[in-house]
Design a protein around this ligand. Structure first.
Ligand code: GRF
Length: 268
């Protein structure tokens, strides 16, 4: 018997991907339901979409948390279970030789915000956390508290480019400005890096001479709205397995990478 999964969603913006996933849950395409929608700002238009579907919402206001930290770094309250050195040793957003003060100033306010999100999430048990246009880097503090079973990641993200090309916060802009002839979108599990986690699915579109940034964004978003529900469905059906691979390279070095294997559907 198929289990219905419980999905939490985090957003920052208009929530069109959230809408696509909500629709797929409601039509029964995804065997699951969205149990909460969280945002890093009260201005996210997607919150209204959730409310109109009677889904509980919450906001953890990142801008004010970051502002308060900048104003009075000594006065902020850190979560009891926070270990800065653990974050330093696990994070891959900054190079190992990055200046300690810069790394601290980046991670501390984010961990404070993440502790507040975790506190809100305590009210719900979830099988999957979906980042649908959530424009904040997650730290190892948060990721480790959501991914509690080794080898079973449960945070998914959608990125508006064909990873590993053009990670970061402007995938469509970067694809366009580079003069790419093909663009696309990628759904992946979240790891400690920026858009570096194991790839679950990708869709591509072609870019012609007449395309503009706006037209490629339109093409890309249309693909996102079908790709994301498809990937969530695979997760809900228990068909996503992560596998650790090792390769011997020509230069004598070894490469290790966790990849996603898509298991066949029982109907196939
Ligand atoms: C999408 O392009 C997504 O890939 C990116 O942010 C955008 C969010 O759009 N991460 P929406 O909020 O789902 O409409």
């Amino acid at each position: 018997m198929r289990k219905n999964i419980r999905i939490g969603v985090l957003i920052s913006g208009s929530g069109t991907n959230l809408q696509a996933i909500m629709n797929a849950c409601e039509s029964g395409k995804i065997p699951g339901s969205i149990v909460f929608i969280g945002s890093d700002t009260s201005h996210a238009a997607g919150l209204k979409r959730g409310k109109s579907h009677n889904i509980p919402t919450f906001v953890v206001d990142y801008p004010s948390i970051i502002r308060n930290f900048k104003k009075a770094p000594q006065q902020v309250t850190l979560p009891d279970d926070f270990d800065l050195y653990e974050i330093f040793s696990k994070q891959t957003l900054f190079p190992a030789d990055a200046d300690d003060a810069t790394v601290k100033a980046f991670f501390i306010p984010r961990v404070i915000a993440e502790a507040a999100i975790l506190d809100k999430m305590k009210n719900y048990s979830i099988d999957l956390l979906v980042l649908a246009g959530f424009m904040r880097n997650l730290t190892p503090y948060f990721i480790d508290r959501v991914n509690t079973v080794p080898g079973h990641p449960k945070i998914m993200n959608i990125h508006p480019a064909l990873l590993p090309a053009f990670p970061g916060n402007d995938g469509y802009g970067d694809t366009f400005r580079y003069g790419s002839k093909v663009g696309g979108c990628t759904v992946h599990f979240v790891d400690y890096g920026e858009d570096t986690g194991p790839i679950i699915g990708q869709k591509a579109y072609t870019i012609s001479e007449d395309d503009t940034l706006e037209s490629i964004r339109e093409k890309g978003l249309k693909l996102e709205w079908s790709l994301y529900p498809e990937c969530v469905k695979l997760f809900a059906e228990g068909r996503l397995k992560t596998v650790r691979k090792s390769y011997a390279l020509k230069n004598g070095k070894k490469m290790h990478r966790t990849v996603v294997k898509i298991l066949p559907s029982p109907e196939d």
